[in-house]
Design a protein around this ligand. Sequence first.
Ligand code: GDP
Ligand code: MG
Length: 163
Amino acid sequence: MSFTVAIIGRPNVGKSTLFNRLVGKKLALVDDTPGVTRDRREGDARIGSLKFKIIDTAGLEESFDDSLEGRMRRQTEIALDEADVALMLIDARAGVTPLDKHFANWLRKIKIPVILLANKCEGKSGEPGLYESFALGLGEPIQLSAEHGEGMGELFDALLPFE
Ligand code: GDP
Ligand code: MG
């Protein structure tokens, strides 16, 4: 039985980088410019023997109007509707931002299972955000480096129950 995973989080935390790593192809556009992934991308992901469908989303913003932020928010809602589990990314080097907190509060209300990923944790660079992220109330974060492929074993273990 296959399952579906949505990668969510505010712009620039590394969602598309993780998507590309898990799919093994550069299907999603990675860019320093926040919000560059404006539409949803789906792919067949794999970590070791674990296979699943993955959805990359644009970031959720607080805006409810028809702005870019509003459309990105709706994309995230659609992705979560299809997903069995959400991977919520934060940029551990940047620390936990107000938008991360907003995201976390919103996710807890939806009641979808959430795995918290503290990205950009290569070396010790992510430590401040790592400790702050415990306060999001989404459980213990997995330390990850989407760019360098670190933390994939822990992510495998966390996703295994959804198979
Ligand atoms: P998105 O907006 O959440 O999809 O973020 P992107 O995947 O487009 O990445 C935003 C920026 O963060 C890019 O410059 C990436 O190269 C960088 N990035 C992504 N993952 C990592 C990581 O694990 N470590 C570091 N240092 N940078 C990363
Ligand atoms: Mg992106």
